[in-house]
Design a binder for this molecule. Sequence first.
Ligand SMILES: Cc1cc2nc3c(=O)[nH]c(=O)nc-3n(C[C@H](O)[C@H](O)[C@H](O)COP(=O)(O)O)c2cc1C
Length: 157
Amino acid sequence: MSKILVAYFSASGVTAEVAKRMAKAVDADLYEIQPEQPYSKADVNWKNPLARCNKEWFLKKDVPAAGKIENFADYDLVLFGFPIWFGCAPVVVSNFAAKHDFTGKKVGLFATSISSKMGKTAEKFKPFLNGKGEIAGDRRIFPEDSDETIAEWVKSL
Ligand SMILES: Cc1cc2nc3c(=O)[nH]c(=O)nc-3n(C[C@H](O)[C@H](O)[C@H](O)COP(=O)(O)O)c2cc1C
């Protein structure tokens, strides 16, 4: 049986909830991605033009990720979950991915958002796999999606 990892970033809990349900539904390990400097609630208040999340995006700042998965080689399928930020994956998530070796692995991307679809998220994420691995699928997940729907998507990858 293939070994699955769900690695997620979540600023306000929506993606976290989906990621936890996904991991449970497909018997995957779960890992929370965090920036080196954790976000406060004020940092991710995107309605405030001066909030950290907006400054980082509009000033094209790098957002280093904390930590690394030591037993990454054990996984066959890695699922990255995140909120859509400015139409794609938050910088911290792609930076976290880039720390790992995706040789021989399949990757799935899932996201929550208010209205954005996945769009070019996968295309923009791909360079961070450093030419290795394969993005087998990407999907917007809704909190109201059933565990069965979520598990079916994972199994389709
Ligand atoms: C900095 C920032 C940028 C966002 N950009 C978008 C966006 O481009 N499109 C969208 O539909 N939602 C956007 N959102 C809303 C989140 O994607 C949405 O609320 C998500 O479900 C939150 O997930 P979380 O609770 O796991 O952080 C943004 C939120 C933040 C904080």
